[in-house]
Design a binder for this molecule. Structure first.
Ligand code: PNW
Length: 463
């Protein structure tokens, strides 16, 4: 029998573009994902989020799904262009604000704590076209202005803010490999974009702390994603490679937050492709997260491999393979999900312990964890034993990390429901609720029924 601390926070997560639909409704401006999906070949089957799960019209029904499971928290994101159609405060779209206000009210009425992400990748298209998106430093001012509107309108009810979701994905997949919006391919832009993401985050936190936090009493942080990197052999070079890979993945964004500067191995290897923080910027970024938000899915092996580039190999980050000098590969004995991501629960424990040690035991929230599996709807039910197994074994690994001193405070399963899985479209189902994309009906999978029972039993379960 496994059990979690009584005050552990149990939730589920989604993001705006992946579930809302209503892409042109009630004054919403276009985002870079609306545009990216229009380019033939960028998304599987040329799918898009124009309707998605139609969550925009179903907030009562969807909050009821959470209530049914007894969830304590729900993590969702605000679509920036729904609030500010051209990205700037020149025009504030009241209808967009009303939608999120209604969602927040409904959550609170059902005793579910809203956890709000301000940026989950749907940049207002105007900011991309007219101001080069995250490539320009002025984006930090735009983001701070947008964040201020959200704090001002929702901060009376929202006490948990996440500025940016997965800076690594935005930088590497959006500006390195070009597989996510805005689809750019470069080996220098990701580092510039990453720099501006950190500055934007820090500016929004500054606004919150100076203008809202004392009065509203909430907290604010950022969510970064990281896989675990396990040395492929006992060879010291492979140990160093794994450590380097973790620093290039998570240290890139977390070191500045906790230490005020980038990891030394990045400075050494990237030369002038890695921007520098001015002393004032370093001060602004350092200490700017009230908690450590972590999205974690998988693990790879890491081998030292100076200068080798292997496009398409292993887990999606061949673009920086050369920079970090690491070859990523899988142990053939590992099973994988539909994303070809290996299922390695102990990697989750090791990553939590690595974070805890490197950053001196911060409060950690896993803001995403879960898997895509080949779900079958049979007689109105989805018996997703593979997802259930994934969740149980990853949660057992989380519990071990807590036993070992990690201050893990909460867990949000990705995702509340099947949704638009970015470049993979609707084929890859991550939900604990099945969505019929014809009728838009939601059906709890076995994993949702189990998760709800586990939450109601205050985090007790057997593996
Ligand atoms: C995260 N990778 O995306 C996102 O936050 C979610 O919106 C998404 O649905 C979920 O994980 C599942 O993919 C990622 O290639 C996308 O390393 C790609 C990677 C990592 C996370």
């Amino acid at each position: 029998m496994i059990s979690f601390p009584k005050d552990f926070l149990w939730g589920s997560a989604t993001s705006a573009y992946q579930i809302e639909g209503a892409w042109q409704k009630a004054g919403k401006g276009p985002s870079i994902w609306d545009a990216f999906c229009q380019v033939p070949g960028r998304v599987a089957n040329n799918e898009h989020g124009e309707r998605a799960c139609d969550h925009y019209h179903r907030i009562r029904e969807d909050v009821a799904l959470m209530k049914q499971m007894g969830l304590k928290a729900y993590r969702f994101s605000i679509a920036w262009p729904r609030i500010l159609p051209d990205g700037t405060t020149k025009k504030i779209n009241e209808a967009g604000l009303q939608f999120y206000s209604d969602l927040i009210d409904e959550l609170i009425a059902q005793d579910i704590e809203p956890w709000v992400t301000l940026y989950h990748w749907d940049l207002p298209l105007a900011l991309q076209v007219e101001e080069d998106g995250w490539l320009r430093k002025s984006i930090a001012d735009r983001f701070a202005d947008y964040a201020r509107v959200c704090f001002d309108r929702f901060g009376d009810r929202v006490k948990n803010w996440i500025t940016i979701n997965e800076a690594w994905v935005i930088a590497i997949l959006g500006y390195g490999q070009g597989v996510f919006a805005p689809g750019r391919v470069s080996n220098a832009e990701p580092y510039l974009v990453g720099h501006h993401l950190l500055l934007a985050h820090a500016r929004a936190v500054e606004v919150y702390r100076k203008e809202f936090q004392a009065e509203q009493g909430g907290r604010i942080g950022i969510t970064n994603n990281c896989d675990w990197r396990e040395p492929a052999t006992d060879n010291p070079a492979d140990h160093e490679a794994a450590q380097r890979a973790l620093e290039f993945f998570l240290g890139w964004f977390a070191d500045p937050l906790y230490f005020g500067h980038y990891p030394q191995c990045m400075v050494d290897r990237l030369g002038d492709r890695l921007p520098q923080f001015s002393p004032e910027e370093s001060e602004l970024v350092k200490g700017s997260s009230d908690f450590f938000g972590l999205n974690h899915y998988t693990t790879t092996l890491a081998s030292d491999e100076p200068g080798r580039v292997v496009p398409g190999e292993a887990h999606n980050n061949a673009g920086i393979a050369e920079d970090q000098g690491v070859r990523l590969h899988l142990d053939p004995s590992w099973t994988t999900t539909e994303m070809d991501w290996a299922i390695v629960p102990w990697g989750c424990r090791k990553l939590l312990e690595w974070i805890s040690e490197r950053y001196d035991q911060p409060d950690i929230y896993i803001t995403e964890n879960g898997g895509a599996f080949p779900d079958q709807l049979v007689d109105g039910r989805v018996d997703d034993q593979d997802r259930l197994g994934y969740l149980k074994t990853y949660l057992a690994a989380c519990r071990e990390a807590i036993d070992n001193g990690v201050k893990l405070r909460g867990y949000f399963v990705w995702s509340l429901m099947d949704n638009f899985e970015w470049a993979a479209g609707y084929d890859k189902r991550f939900g604990i609720h099945y969505v019929d994309f014809e009728t838009l009906e939601r059906i709890p999978k076995a994993s949702a029924l189990w998760y709800g029972e586990m939450v109601k039993n205050e985090g007790s379960f057997t593996v």
